[in-house]
Design a protein around this ligand. Structure first.
Ligand SMILES: Cc1ncc(COP(=O)(O)O)c(C=O)c1O
Length: 394
């Protein structure tokens, strides 16, 4: 019976990875996913940084159910006044600097990047977009055009023209941002290459170069938003304010939603000449906005964000091992760097056998990701770290 489900999955669902783990999910609660054989797995990945408040959090379930009972979809985004949308936009604005007052809701992170790129072109009248080597901003063609990895792009060319690169943490490459550049799209922590954090005030220097050249600074906070670093947004950890902010993933508290956020004046450019400058049918779906609003309200009123630093330290303390080269990242966005690809692969595979979920990165093969729900307990952190160390001891 179980094998049949796996076969159907492999045959009728598009496959993006040649060796999926095929964990057959029955339910999920808190920091655990339960399979169809009633086995519980401790989740150190959280749907790739998405299940901010853990699985099946009653706060999210109630928000979704309440909205479900009122209405689901009524009209394309931005036409009707819908309370889950405007309340979320208002609470975001209340917790953001003045220049980030106006939110456009999307369905995903990639769409947020697409919208932000268009907005930057419109606002500056320029076409060049700069991103970082090794960056990941999504898989749609605009986002792919600014991806910093040629292997993943080559077979999909031609892509957008005028997409050029700088090197993350390399000041000398900032010369590539010029008066021709519409936008620099930067992840505050570089994700796909294994959670590389900014050094030597790199983000401040990008900010300064953007100001000097009239370039808009877009932060891709699709993975760093909603408390993952211990601040609501990553830019608050690094004290650099972007002109456009892109968020998604954890923003939905496990429901699909994204957004790009700018000043009202800039966003208003999408309203005229031509009108309907950027449209989406389901962007800002009321149910997803309700989940996102509930997540945001809880983050703002609970102690979750203030505990992230301590949880990071706990990971760092309990992952001390001679076979671990480095723990990178910040908050609950951590990467374990191993000396070889084989060891990283072995740890991910054997962790699953030991009922701990870990996952890979897109561009580096020697590191594995740890992005648990922000609600993970100290005991669960220690338990998972001991499983990893146990595997390394073998
Ligand atoms: C930094 C970053 N930007 C953009 C995206 C794309 O988001 P989505 O998968 O929701 O389209 C991701 C997803 O992994 C991401 O990590």
């Amino acid at each position: 019976m179980k094998k049949i489900a796996k076969d159907i999955f492999k045959k009728h669902q598009a496959q993006t990875f040649p060796f999926p783990s095929c964990l057959e999910v029955e339910s999920a609660k808190g920091s655990y996913i339960t399979d169809v054989n009633d086995k519980d797995y401790l989740d150190f990945v959280a749907g790739a940084s998405s299940c901010t408040l853990g699985h099946s959090n009653p706060i999210i379930i109630n928000a979704v159910k309440q909205q479900l009972d009122k209405y689901t979809h009524v009209m394309v985004y931005g036409e009707y006044v819908q309370s889950p949308q405007y309340k979320l936009a208002q609470l975001l604005a209340k917790n953001l600097p003045e220049n980030l007052s106006t939110t456009y809701f999307t369905n995903s992170g990639a769409e947020a990047i697409e919208g932000a790129m268009k907005l930057a072109k419109r606002a500056t009248g320029r076409s060049e977009v700069i991103s970082c080597k090794d960056s990941y901003h999504g898989s749609t063609q605009g986002a792919l055009s600014i991806m910093g990895n040629e292997e993943h792009k080559a077979k999909y060319r031609p892509l957008l023209p005028n997409c050029n690169q700088i090197i993350y943490n390399d000041d000398s490459s900032l010369k590539n941002i010029t008066k021709q550049t519409a936008a620099a799209v930067i992840e505050p922590i570089q994700g796909a290459t294994g959670f590389i954090t900014p050094t030597n005030n790199f983000l401040q220097k990008v900010r300064e170069k953007c100001i000097a050249t009239g370039t808009l600074l877009i932060f891709d906070e699709i993975q760093t938003c909603y408390g993952r670093l211990g601040t609501l947004f990553g830019f608050q950890t690094y004290n650099v304010i972007p002109d456009i902010l892109c968020i998604a993933k954890g923003m939905g508290g496990s429901m699909p939603i994204g957004a790009f956020i700018s000043s009202w004046k800039m966003m208003n450019l999408l309203t005229f000449e031509p009108k309907l400058g950027h449209i989406t049918t389901f962007g800002g779906h009321p149910i997803n906005c309700a989940a996102s609003l509930a997540t945001l309200e809880h983050l703002l009123t609970s102690t979750i964000m203030s505990e992230i630093d301590k949880k990071e330290q706990l990971f760092r303390i309990h992952l001390q091992h001679s076979k671990i080269k480095e723990i990178r990242g910040k908050g609950l966005m951590l990467a374990i760097e191993f000396s070889s690809e084989e060891l990283a692969k072995k740890v991910v595979e054997q962790s699953l056998e030991n009922r701990l979920i870990l996952f890979y990165f897109l561009f580096t093969k020697t590191a594995i990701r740890i992005t648990p729900p922000l609600t993970i307990s100290e005991d669960e952190i220690i338990k998972g770290c001991n499983i990893i160390k146990g595997i390394l001891e073998q």
